[in-house]
Design a binder for this molecule. Structure first.
Ligand code: PGA
Length: 256
């Protein structure tokens, strides 16, 4: 098994481009070269900060990777307010968050939209970070597995195993996002294991061994090590705790 850890800071709608420059510089001061060998360290600033962060990454030769928080699936055209995959790829964006629960819940993104975005991101040579997860009601009704299984197969519909294995699956229980309520590592690990099994049913066991599945929802320096200790959790998608470079750096260096 050679799944490299993947830890992404999702800055959401925070940080001007000037803040963003400082944040990525501070983060880089707090990380050592060996950290990047162990973990793919990723930041996802808002669109308006991508160019600024990319410039810092290039000028300072940083190994920090750049992610976007959203994308449209079309290449170009009359889609006011949207950003095309090629625009992001040209900016040096490595990966794109797709189907975050905030986009699904607040902006009406459907599984079909998510599937189109996943395909468009792959076609542009970037890595989709595809989010899925259940609400509190669904968890209490014991519908977690059916919910995430449905989102997994709808989001990856029509992909070959070689394409699907490039997608990073982010399991984010909605009740744990921004609430300070983290899923118990055992529970989160069990859902990630379930997702890997389902992925294997659709795309084959060897691809399932390689696909990276990460957890998101109130990750912090105090809980990351226990989450990462789970065999089927390969990383984290970190919201609130990624805004402070010191805190995010200690999450990235979770083994210390
Ligand atoms: P949180 O957000 O860490 O603030 O809970 C996680 C996410 O939404 O990706």
């Amino acid at each position: 098994m050679s799944r490299k850890s993947f830890i992404c800071g999702n800055w959401k709608m925070n940080a001007t481009h000037l803040d963003a420059i400082q944040m990525v510089q501070k983060l880089s001061y707090r990380l050592e070269l060996s950290d990047y060998e162990r973990v793919d360290v990723v930041v996802a600033p808002p669109f308006t900060s991508l160019r600024s962060v990319q410039t810092v990454i290039e000028a300072d030769h940083l190994a920090i990777q750049l992610a976007a928080q959203n994308v449209h699936w079309e290449d170009s055209g009359a889609f006011t307010g949207e950003v095309a995959p090629a625009m992001l790829a040209k900016l040096g964006v490595d990966s794109v968050i797709v189907g975050h629960s905030e986009r699904r819940e607040l902006f009406g993104e459907t599984d079909e939209n998510v599937n189109r975005k996943v395909k468009a991101v792959l076609a542009a040579g970037m890595t989709p970070i595809m989010c899925l997860g259940e609400t509190l009601n669904e968890r209490e009704a014991e519908e977690t597995e059916s919910k995430v299984a449905g989102q997994l197969s709808a989001g990856l519909k029509g992909l070959s195993p070689e394409e699907a294995v490039q997608v990073i699956i982010a399991y984010e229980p909605i009740w744990a996002i921004g609430t300070g309520r983290t899923a118990e590592p055992d529970d989160a690990g069990a859902v990630c294991e379930f997702l890997r099994r389902r992925f294997g049913d659709e795309f084959g066991g060897s691809f399932a061994e390689d696909v990276r599945i990460i957890y998101g929802g109130s990750v912090n320096p105090g809980n990351i090590a226990a989450l990462m200790a789970k065999t089927h959790i390969d990383g984290g998608l970190v919201g609130g705790a990624s805004l402070d470079p010191d805190t995010f750096a200690s999450i990235v260096r979770y083994w210390i």
